[in-house]
Design a protein around this ligand. Structure first.
Ligand code: ASP
Length: 311
């Protein structure tokens, strides 16, 4: 089946959208257009009776592996000192979770996060310790800075002015949520973070509850955009708690974005997108700026949807 694209937003007034989508389970959803390929891999695993945890891990690995996606994994843009530092987290249907942050030289941080979850008594490993753990687990040490990313970084160094560029590839991230044929939900989130960030900066993406959260009884949420704003509200956790209280995914995504906007005087200079999936298969999204899109894979095949937005 071909790719269906559409607008899930019929904005009738500022801050209002009609993006309310409901699907039969199983289902895979993820942020941004590269989610289409990632979802296809995840869907394949679910179709063979696999676990949603395997689906989200292997789904986001597709984007980690793609040097053309310069905000995730291999080929990601470096920090201001030229280091590619990666953040990722993963969570299963039992509430188990694992995460790595500021990890260098490992192409698939999501798989290291899963190992942290499954093979250690901890949830998060950082920096040199995360690298040491990954190497001990047999992950190969690689140079993740591609020629293309290095050239762009060298050009940036000429002025060295950091400014988030809305929707334009200096930040992205893939966040994915999946419900398998057993009705179980898992989530994953992986990124190289803000391009040209300070060395050591960690964003929302590896923080359980900020960049991603799922609760098998209720649903899940993933975030993308300026991580600092998502961290202040622990946005994904907040979204799931609002779902628990009976709001729809669409209402929840709007609510969280509106809360961030209210506390952020310069919100017009930032993009934030939330994507929310309820346990029953309802999907909703919302962003500050137009331009945020997300991919869905269900029995209807692949779809790419434009999110509604505040502006
Ligand atoms: N949220 C990511 C971060 O702040 C980047 C993004 O999704 O745009 O690291």
């Amino acid at each position: 089946m071909g790719l269906i694209t559409g607008h899930a937003c019929a904005s009738d007034s500022k801050g209002k959208t009609d993006d309310y989508l409901t699907y039969k389970k199983p289902i895979v959803i993820s942020t941004w257009k590269n989610g289409v390929q990632a979802n296809a891999t995840a869907w394949d695993i679910i179709g063979k009776g696999g676990r949603s945890l395997d689906a989200v891990e292997n789904g986001v690995k597709v984007v980690e592996n793609d040097p053309e996606d310069m905000s995730v994994g291999y080929g990601g843009r470096p920090d201001r000192d030229g280091h590619v530092t990666l953040d990722a987290c993963i969570m299963d249907e039992n509430g188990n979770c694992g995460s790595v942050c500021a990890l260098e030289h490992i192409r698939h941080p999501i798989s290291v996060a899963r190992k942290v979850m499954e093979d250690t008594p901890h949830i998060m490993l950082a920096g040199a310790g995360a690298l040491q753990f990954a190497l001990e687990k047999g992950f190969p040490k690689e140079n993740l800075l591609t020629e293309k990313a290095r050239r762009e970084w060298e050009k940036w160094l000429q002025t060295a002015q950091y400014k988030p560029i809305i929707n334009i590839e200096n930040h992205d991230t893939i966040g994915m949520l999946a419900i398998d044929t057993f009705g179980n939900m898992s989530g994953a989130c992986t990124t190289s973070g803000m391009a040209y960030k300070l060395h050591g900066r960690v964003g929302d993406s590896p923080i359980i509850g900020a960049g991603m959260f799922c609760d098998n009884d209720v649903g899940g949420a993933v975030a993308t955009g300026t991580g600092e704003l998502v961290m202040r509200t622990l946005g994904s956790f907040l979204a799931v708690e609002l779902l628990r209280n009976g709001a729809s995914p669409k209402e929840v995504a709007e609510d969280v974005v509106n809360r961030i906007i209210k506390k952020t005087p310069d919100y017009k200079d930032h993009q934030i997108g939330f994507l929310v999936l309820s346990k029953s298969g309802d999907v909703g999204a919302y962003a500050i700026q137009p331009g945020f899109n997300y991919a869905i894979h269900s029995e209807n095949g692949p779809e790419l949807i434009d999110s509604g937005s505040f502006l």
